[in-house]
Design a protein around this ligand. Structure first.
Ligand code: FES
Length: 114
């Protein structure tokens, strides 16, 4: 066994589980969510910081579709396609670092030898 810290800064777990017998579940209602979220993450250059993953049942089927954000432990339930942009604004946009906000490197001192 190997133990280490998480590779990504943030994980979005999107339930796509389909339950037998027509029981309520996330699966059919979350179709396309992963692709939409992944595409946004990629276009913002955050693929090394954020992982969007499909997941099986998160045990809150009746409240689905469900998205769990880790390590924040934030749950989004009854998510619709129209809600995805809000989730991205809340969870992903704060990770975008604008070039103008990066710390400016202090000038290097040059030491002259006599
Ligand atoms: S099917 Fe998504 S939480 Fe159970």
């Amino acid at each position: 066994m190997e133990r280490r810290t998480a590779t990504f800064q943030k994980y979005l777990f999107v339930c796509e589980n389909v339950r037998d017998g027509g029981r309520v579940c996330c699966g059919p209602r979350s179709t396309g969510f992963v692709e939409y979220l992944k595409n946004y993450v990629k276009t913002k250059g955050l693929a090394r910081k954020v992982r969007v993953s499909r997941t099986g049942c998160l045990d809150v089927c009746a409240k689905g579709p469900n998205i769990l954000v880790f390590p924040d432990n934030v749950w989004y339930s009854a998510v619709t396609r129209e809600d995805l942009d809000q989730i991205l604004r809340e969870q992903i946009d704060p990770l975008i670092v604008e070039e103008s906000t990066l710390p400016i490197e202090p000038p290097q001192l040059r030491v002259r030898s006599c």
